[in-house]
Design a protein around this ligand. Structure first.
Ligand code: SF4
Length: 266
């Protein structure tokens, strides 16, 4: 197996509350946006009783969504994918979130045998060697568990926002995924300032890595802090071209396959 150059990721110690000083800047119609999001969640829960789930990454947007779900007593389950490469801070946040809201966040993980076989063939740092291997890792650690997370569901909720990246600029409030499930994006029209205003206003727990200049947090090997002026998602898979910077969770299958031939086989 060829030697894989592994980048050094430097994370400054988080400064508690720094995210608020940087980002708490709500839109003029913030309260209306909240009301609309709650109504979309309510309507979807009514239309898909017992078959709707929030797939949370435990990022800032997803913490807001869980807060809206719990605060308004909306019957939507909450579940996450533990890829096996998450930061300790993210894993600890699950515990804090469960205690804060008194809920259970179900965890879905990749198949251990498949991960072991992949790492035996390609090593633990394969994601840095080629886009195909990176997408293969995401397929194995994220897309496969997502299929199990969504099994039996007719609708799911995500924290996608239009402002997050150029690829997400047209995210609709409601769409359907490849399997015909309803995919609800209740925060599509929210700004980053709206997200942080809600977090501060309601004391929502959040990942301390947001206080270390990491607005978008994924797996530890694939997330770095960003510099002033960089895009929110510049710290995700930063060694790749811009158009490839998605893990596939929110891409239609034809786009996933175009991004990585290997992803379609995993
Ligand atoms: Fe693998 Fe990185 Fe994708 Fe996580 S984000 S599944 S470590 S390639």
């Amino acid at each position: 197996m060829p030697e894989t150059p592994v980048p050094t990721i430097v994370i400054e110690p988080p400064v508690p509350g720094r995210a608020f000083s940087l980002y708490d800047d709500p839109s003029a119609d913030h309260d209306d946006r909240v009301q609309r999001s709650v109504q979309w969640l309510r309507d979807s829960a009514q239309q898909h009783p017992g078959r709707i789930v929030q797939a949370t990454s435990l990022g800032a947007e997803d913490m807001v969504l869980t807060d809206l779900i719990v605060r308004h007593g909306i019957p939507i389950d909450v579940a996450m994918i533990d890829t096996g490469r998450l930061h300790p801070e993210t894993l600890a946040l699950r515990e804090r979130a469960q205690a804060h809201w008194g809920i259970r966040i179900e965890v879905f993980a990749p198949e251990p045998e498949a991960v072991a076989a992949f790492e035996a063939e390609h090593g633990p740092h394969a994601m840095y060697r080629s886009p195909a291997l990176r997408h293969a890792c995401c397929g194995l650690r994220k897309l496969q568990p997502l299929q199990r997370l969504l099994a039996g569901r007719t609708a799911w909720v995500t924290g996608l926002r239009r402002e997050q990246s150029a690829q997400r600029a047209d995210v609709p409030i409601v769409t359907t995924d490849d399997a015909g499930r309803i995919k609800l994006n209740p925060l599509a029209e929210w700004s980053w300032g709206d997200v942080w205003h809600h977090i501060r206003r309601h004391g929502v727990p959040y990942n301390p890595l947001h206080d270390a200049f990491m607005p978008s947090i994924g797996c530890a090997p694939c997330t770095r802090p960003i510099a002033v002026g960089e895009d929110f998602r510049a710290g995700r898979w930063w060694w790749e071209d811009d158009h490839r910077r998605e893990c596939g969770l929110h891409l239609p299958s034809h786009a996933r396959h175009a991004a990585s031939p290997m992803a379609s086989t995993l």
